[in-house]
Design a binder for this molecule. Structure first.
Ligand SMILES: [Fe+2]
Length: 220
């Protein structure tokens, strides 16, 4: 960086750098509050421990594999951690219920993508994260929620995250079910691709990634 000779110019430059730094610090603080909130929800349920980290890493790898640009990969990493942040509005009795939800409970549970989007909306740096949060429970045939979007109307980043989310949920123990093996999980997802829930091409890439990694998208 060229050092300005003029003292006034030097002061002006330092001041603008400091205000930039303050802005960045504030942004970091806001982001870390969101992450802490997301982790506190994850922490309520011992079964989901580590889910956010795995999701962040794995979905960014799948996104890279299908050629998403760096800013979308960053959005996927952030969404991996905060996608379920809206569950803060779901009572524990529903969130941790060790059995199927009633129709009424399902209505409450299904609000979490919309609530999550609202929580993160004020943060400008989360612009690309918002559609992932809102649409991570949509299905290609329109049977998902909250908007019942179909096919390409569902953002690719949301489709990436949801595949990894479904896979991680299947292969991890939850209050209402045991974990199933990787081959069983993949067979089940294959079935769901046939039913029209998930993106066939993306699932093919996903299978390759699982095969080439340790089953969690991590390549040795
Ligand atoms: Fe969710």
């Amino acid at each position: 960086m060229e050092i300005p000779q003029d003292r006034a110019e030097l002061f002006a430059r330092v001041r603008s750098l400091l205000s930039l730094k303050a802005h960045t610090d504030e942004l970091e603080r806001a982001e870390s509050v969101l992450y802490a909130l997301a982790r506190s929800i994850e922490g309520k349920d011992p079964y989901t421990e580590g889910h956010c980290e795995r999701l962040a890493e794995f979905s960014a790898r799948l996104g890279a594999r299908v050629g998403l640009p760096e800013e979308q990969l960053t959005a996927l990493r952030r969404a991996g951690t905060v996608h379920d942040i809206g569950k803060v509005a779901v009572p524990d009795a529903i969130l941790l219920k060790p059995g199927p939800l009633t129709a009424e409970e399902q209505v409450i549970m299904r609000q979490h993508p919309v609530v999550g989007e609202r929580i993160c909306a004020p943060l400008k740096s989360f612009r690309l994260v918002l559609p992932i949060i809102r649409h991570h429970h949509e299905r290609l045939d329109g049977s998902g929620y909250p908007d019942g979007l179909k096919c390409d109307a569902i953002p690719l980043t949301a489709r990436v995250l949801q595949l990894v989310d479904v896979y991680d949920a299947l292969t991890t123990e939850r209050p209402y079910k045991c974990a199933i093996s990787v081959p069983e999980a993949l067979a089940m997802m294959e079935d769901e691709v046939r039913k029209g829930w998930w993106d066939r091409d993306l699932f093919a890439e996903f299978l390759q990634l699982v095969a080439e990694s340790d089953g969690r998208g991590r390549v040795a």
